[in-house]
Design a protein. Structure first.
Ligand code: IMP
Length: 196
């Protein structure tokens, strides 16, 4: 029997990445759209850990029988004193994502401070268990310029350690093995297989 897992997101790109990385033979992934949840969960926590837990907690009373997972992620960049971090989704809101990406590349190039890391926290609720949380980082650097004017968030400007290409240029099979989200999902799978 497959276990139903509710992923607390309305972001289709994240859903796709989770789908590609979770063991399909064991888990059926559903999203907020599938359960008709449309309320906004305010991102006011000060750590990735607490924000991921908050997202999970918002759904427990409504769906106590489901496994519920949520992630919170961000990018940490040397040129911005390792920000914007938890504020990544709200960084430089006056710019489009492409403008923001170009600007970040310029700042990193000018200051020669291009070390960076993507971070992902995943929280998981299973009935009668304490909430599980894992926080993982993928280290790398900011490219001199965006690899393209489209792509998921900061993917066009982040190259993981050991690669010349950005996440946007690399095949998804590589990103899905080494990324911050991949590492967190691997830890989640290990946990889930242990308790189920
Ligand atoms: P949140 O986890 O929904 O709060 O998103 C955090 C921010 O980080 C958003 O602006 C995302 O676009 C960005 N982000 C998180 N993970 C990735 C990724 O794997 N690639 C590109 N951008 C990402």
């Amino acid at each position: 029997m497959k276990h139903k897992v509710l992923l607390v997101t309305s972001n289709d790109h994240k859903l796709k990445e989770f789908q590609a990385m979770m063991d399909e033979s064991m888990f059926e992934l559903i999203s907020l759209k599938d359960v008709g949840y449309t309320e906004e969960i305010i991102e006011d926590q000060l750590t990735y850990h607490d924000q991921a837990v908050k997202k999970v907690a918002a759904l427990i009373e409504l769906h106590p029988e489901l496994i519920i997972i949520a992630d919170d992620s961000g990018i940490e960049i040397e040129a911005f004193e390792y920000g914007p971090g938890i504020y990544s989704a709200r960084f430089k809101p006056e710019m489009t994502q492409h403008e923001r990406n170009q600007w970040i590349c310029e700042q990193c190039f000018q200051t020669k401070q291009s070390h960076a890391a993507f971070v992902c926290a995943i929280a998981c609720y299973i009935k009668d268990q304490p909430i599980f949380v894992t926080v993982n980082r993928c280290f790398g650097y900011i490219a001199n310029e965006p690899s393209h004017d489209f792509g998921f968030g900061y993917d066009p400007i982040f190259a993981p350690e050991g690669y010349q290409e950005t996440f946007q240029m690399l095949p998804s099979s590589i990103k899905n093995r080494i990324s911050h989200r991949a590492l967190a999902i691997q830890a989640l799978m290990h946990y889930l297989k242990g308790v189920l």
